[in-house]
Design a binder for this molecule. Structure first.
Ligand SMILES: NC(=O)c1ccc[n+]([C@@H]2O[C@H](COP(=O)([O-])OP(=O)(O)OC[C@H]3O[C@@H](n4cnc5c(N)ncnc54)[C@H](OP(=O)(O)O)[C@@H]3O)[C@@H](O)[C@H]2O)c1
Length: 315
C-alpha cells in the first residue's frame, strides 16, 4: 500500500456545491490541493461563497456548453466528476444528465489529457438495470472507460454523515424527519433490499487518495461501508442514535405504490419516485470487493457515521 501524497496540481471538481462536492472540495483544500470548483450557473450565492472561503476558485460551468468546458479544462491536471443525482431532473432525462454531460467533459479532456479522472458513480450501475438512474450511470462510466484517459470510478453506495458545508444526505434528512415526526417507524411490505451505506468522510478520503494513488489506474471500485441494512433498519438506527424509541408499523406495498404513483403524476418534485421505490426492493450491495486491494483504512460503521445526529441533551 503506498503512502498518500496529496497532489499539488490544479484539480477540477464538477458538482462542487453538492453534498459530496462540498466535502471533497474542503478535503482537497485542507490537504493543500488547488481546486477549481465548477458549479451550475445560478448556484446559490451562499454555497459559492463557502467554496471561495475554503480557497477554491469558483467557475459557473454548463457542462453541455462545449466551448465553455474546453476553456475551463485547459489548465487542470486532475478531475473529480460529481455532477448528477438520483432525483429525476426536471427538464431533461437521466441519460443527458449523466452520460451527456460526461461525454461533453471527456471530449474536452481528450485534448488536454489530465493525469487522472475520478468519477463517483453508483453501486448497481449496469446496462441491465431496470433503473434509468443506474443505466445512465453505467453509460457515463462507459464513456470514461472508452476514452483511454487515466481514470478511477468509485461506484458508491448511499453516502451518509456530515462533516462540512451546507448540505446533508437527502435520504438521511428525510428519514430523520420521519423519526422525529411520525409515531412509528414505517416499514413497507415487500421492500427489504439491503444497502451498504458509506461515511462521507471515508468516500472523500477515497476520492483524495485515488487522485495520487500510483498503482490505482483504470479501475472501477465498488464502495460500501461495513454494515448491510434495509432502509427501515437504517431508520431504526437513526432513532437509536437520537435516543428515540419507536415501534415498526408495516404499510402494505400497494398503498405506498399508489401514493408514489399519484405523487409522481401531480408533483414536479416528488419526494419519492416509483423507480426509487422499486430499487429499494432489491439488494444493492458490494458484489466484487476490490477496495481493500488499494486502500488500507477502516471504514466507519453507520452508527459512527450518524453520531452527529445525536441531540446535544442526549449526548
Ligand atoms: N449521495 C449519495 O448517496 C450518492 C451515492 C452514490 C453516487 N452518488 C453520486 O454522486 C454525485 C454527487 O451526489 P450528491 O449527493 O453530492 O448530490 P447533490 O448534493 O444533489 O449534488 C449534485 C451536484 O450535481 C449538480 N447537478 C445535478 N443535476 C444537474 C443537472 N441536471 N445539470 C447540472 N448540474 C446538475 C448539482 O447542482 P445544483 O446544486 O445546482 O442542483 C450539484 O452540484 C452524483 O453524481 C450522484 O449520483 C451520490
Amino acid at each position: 500500500m503506498s503512502e498518500h501524497i496529496p497532489t499539488t496540481e490544479l484539480t477540477l471538481v464538477t458538482g462542487a456545491n453538492g453534498y459530496i462536492g462540498q466535502h471533497v472540495v474542503k478535503a482537497l483544500r485542507d490537504q493543500g490541493t488547488p481546486v477549481k470548483a465548477a458549479v451550475r450557473p445560478g448556484v446559490s450565492p451562499k454555497e459559492a461563497e463557502l467554496l471561495k472561503e475554503w480557497g477554491a476558485e469558483v467557475v459557473e460551468l454548463d457542462l453541455l456548453n462545449h466551448a465553455q468546458v474546453q476553456k475551463e479544462v485547459e489548465d487542470v491536471t486532475y478531475v473529480v466528476h460529481l455532477v448528477g443525482s438520483i432525483n429525476k431532473p426536471q427538464n431533461e432525462d437521466f441519460m443527458t444528465m449523466h452520460e451527456g454531460r460526461t461525454r461533453s467533459l471527456i471530449k474536452a479532456l481528450q485534448q488536454t489529457k489530465p493525469k487522472k479522472i475520478i468519477f463517483v458513480s453508483a453501486l448497481g450501475a449496469s446496462f441491465r438495470s431496470d433503473s434509468q438512474y443506474q443505466v445512465s450511470k453505467w453509460e457515463a462510466e462507459e464513456v470514461i472507460r472508452k476514452s483511454f484517459l487515466p481514470y478511477v470510478i468509485l461506484r458508491s453506495s448511499l453516502v451518509i454523515g456530515h462533516e462540512a458545508g451546507t448540505r446533508d444526505s437527502k435520504l438521511i434528512t428525510k428519514m430523520s424527519d420521519t423519526v422525529d415526526n411520525s409515531s412509528f417507524i414505517p416499514v413497507i411490505s415487500r421492500v427489504d433490499g439491503k444497502l451498504q451505506p458509506v461515511f462521507i468522510g471515508d468516500l472523500t478520503r477515497l476520492v483524495c487518495e485515488s487522485l495520487s494513488h500510483e498503482q490505482l489506474q483504470r479501475q472501477t471500485i465498488e464502495v460500501g461501508g461495513p454494515d448491510q441494512v434495509t432502509p427501515f433498519d437504517l431508520m431504526e438506527i437513526i432513532a437509536e442514535v437520537k435516543g428515540i424509541k419507536k415501534q415498526r408499523k408495516v404499510i402494505p406495498f400497494f398503498f405506498v405504490h399508489l401514493g408514489v404513483s399519484l405523487m409522481e403524476k401531480f408533483s414536479s418534485t416528488p419526494k419519492m419516485t416509483l423507480e426509487q421505490l422499486n430499487m429499494m426492493r432489491f439488494d444493492n450491495i458490494v458484489r466484487f470487493p476490490n477496495m481493500e486491494n488499494y486502500f488500507d483504512f477502516k471504514l466507519k460503521t453507520i452508527r459512527e457515521a450518524l453520531g452527529y445526529l445525536k441531540e446535544p441533551s442526549k449526548a
